[in-house]
Design a protein around this ligand. Sequence first.
Ligand SMILES: Cc1cc2nc3c(=O)[nH]c(=O)nc-3n(C[C@H](O)[C@H](O)[C@H](O)COP(=O)(O)O)c2cc1C
Length: 175
Amino acid sequence: MSQMSDTGAMDTYEAIISKRDIRHYTDQPIADDVMGRVLQAGRMAGSAKNLEVNRLIVVQDQAGQDALAEAGDFSSWIGSSAAIVGFASPQKDTRLFDVGRQAQNMMIAAHAEGLATCPVTLHHQDKARSAVGLPADWDMTMIITMGWPIAEVPDSPLKRTRVPLDDLVRYDRWS
Ligand SMILES: Cc1cc2nc3c(=O)[nH]c(=O)nc-3n(C[C@H](O)[C@H](O)[C@H](O)COP(=O)(O)O)c2cc1C
């Protein structure tokens, strides 16, 4: 059951723990104000030394999404996204923790808006660069897909369980 605040917004903790990665979207576009809030959530993520070296590339056109689909080994489905957001980093200063913070901020903000999202790996950087016109000394190894979920979401082919808390967490020492 979703916990809603007095304003109708999803409770923060509920948004975090109920988020699942969803790969099936309707044809409905994402309105500019909704997309703006999601991008702002990414922008506000802290970065190492406040350097903010990453840049976000929003890909909505079909040709661009189809080209990106060719850049990953598990990304054939991504062309049906309402939008794809790519995380571009300069090769000389790649900060994946920063990317992760931006991506999770955006996916949680999107989930609270009712949007579905999924992270996707781009294994082939030559194809990723060519798809979005990225300079030769930049990489874009991670993207997130976004769209409005279809009513009957087919279940993920991957398990939707998580490691139990008492296996995940160790206190003070490894064992
Ligand atoms: C770093 C990372 C890379 C991922 N790469 C892909 C990918 O290439 N293709 C894909 O379909 N899903 C990808 N995923 C999504 C995972 O499969 C998903 O997070 C996991 O199965 C949990 O899904 P759930 O929320 O349904 O439990 C990736 C997730 C992460 C965190």
